[in-house]
Design a protein around this ligand. Structure first.
Ligand SMILES: [Zn+2]
Length: 196
């Protein structure tokens, strides 16, 4: 008498297959997410470079920095899309300037934007960053402080920062920023951003 042929899989076979899939997923997922983050970092860096070019064109015409990044639109910047970092998780995009909701009070008043523009005309929070700026009278604007920085630190003074590209969970906070010299730098926040 013939034995009845077994149909389907045994429980052991299913468990082995599930185990293999789980191991593969565990190996592939971090690689996949790291690749996606690298791609987002590349887009953000490209955005900052394009903003740098637009600001340089603006300065050639006006001889000073724009008061806001929105001042670049539309004459110097036709694509508003580059004002958004792909890592910006705020809703709507640009409603927060970083993933912890910091710096919201310094966002562009005219256009949603993921980036902190450092030559803005708002009052600089000397109480927060006071130790770096001793003997300064209160009421200085970001713009005035940054002109001060330019005289001291030169063209590597940050002009536009992406606070979405920060490693806030790690020990060395990294900030991606466009410097006045048109280059994009990635600096440890805890160290001088002029030493790159
Ligand atoms: Zn970014």
């Amino acid at each position: 008498m013939l034995r009845r042929r077994q149909v389907g899989f045994t429980l052991m076979e299913v468990l082995v297959v599930v185990g293999i899939i789980a191991v593969l997923a565990a190996i592939m997922f971090p690689t996949f997410f790291a690749a996606r983050e690298r791609a987002r970092l590349t887009v953000c860096t490209s955005n900052l470079r394009q903003l740098g070019l637009a600001i340089q064109m603006y300065m050639q015409d006006w001889e000073w920095e724009p008061f806001w990044l929105s001042g670049l639109v539309p004459a110097y910047l036709s694509r508003e899309g580059i004002l958004f970092c792909p890592d910006d998780r705020s809703h709507p995009k640009g409603s927060d300037l970083d993933r912890q909701g910091r710096f919201t009070e310094y966002r562009d008043p005219y256009l949603r934007c993921s980036y902190l523009y450092e030559f803005n005309p708002l009052i600089f929070p000397l109480d927060k960053f006071g130790p770096d700026f001793p003997n300064q009278p209160p009421g200085l604007t970001w713009r005035q402080v940054k002109y001060w920085d330019l005289r001291i630190y030169g063209e590597k003074t940050p002009l536009v920062r992406c606070w979405w590209h920060t490693d806030v969970m790690g020990s060395g906070e990294q900030v991606l920023n466009l410097a006045h010299d048109g280059h994009v730098y990635r600096h440890p926040q805890s160290q001088s951003w002029t030493t790159q």
